[in-house]
Write a new protein. Structure first.
Length: 130
C-alpha cells in the first residue's frame, strides 16, 4: 500500500489481487479534482466529490463496475466505467478492453465475448496463465 501527500494533493494506492492486470487501485487528487484509476494506461476516471469517489472505490473493488477503454488502432478514444452485464455496442475498427479490480482480463473477456463477438478484449498477460 502507498500513501503520499505533496503540496496539498493526496494519493493512495492499494495493490489489486495477484491475478488481475489492474495492478493497483489508485485514488488521488490533482488541481482540485478527485480521480480513481488502475495502473494500466488510460484507466483513469474523475469523481465529482468525496462521496462519489468512495462509491466508485467500493464498486470497483466489488467488481460491480469495470473500466472500459476504447482504442482505434493505437490511439486512445475514450475511458468510462460500466457494469459488466450491460449490453455492449460494437464500433467498427475499434477495440474495447475491460479491466476489473479482481478478475483476470481473460475471464472477464470470456464473459463479455459471449455478448459481443466483434470486440477485441486486449491480450491476456502471460502471468495470468501461471
Amino acid at each position: 500500500m502507498h500513501l503520499g501527500a505533496h503540496d496539498g494533493e493526496l494519493e493512495f494506492a492499494v495493490p489489486a489481487p495477484t491475478r488481475s492486470i489492474a495492478g493497483h487501485l489508485v485514488a488521488f487528487s490533482g488541481d482540485n479534482q478527485l480521480w480513481v484509476r488502475f495502473s494500466p494506461p488510460n484507466m483513469c476516471y474523475p469523481a465529482d466529490d468525496e462521496n462519489e469517489m468512495t462509491s466508485l472505490i467500493k464498486k470497483l473493488t466489488a467488481d460491480e463496475i469495470v473500466f472500459k477503454v476504447v482504442m482505434k488502432d493505437d490511439d486512445w478514444v475514450e475511458t468510462t466505467l460500466r457494469k459488466p452485464q450491460e449490453k455492449l455496442e460494437s464500433l467498427p475498427g475499434h477495440s474495447v478492453r475491460f479491466v476489473s479490480c479482481s478478475a483476470p482480463v481473460w475471464k472477464l473477456g470470456l464473459q463479455l465475448e459471449r455478448r459481443a463477438l466483434n470486440l477485441s478484449y486486449g491480450e491476456p498477460s502471460s502471468r495470468l496463465h501461471q
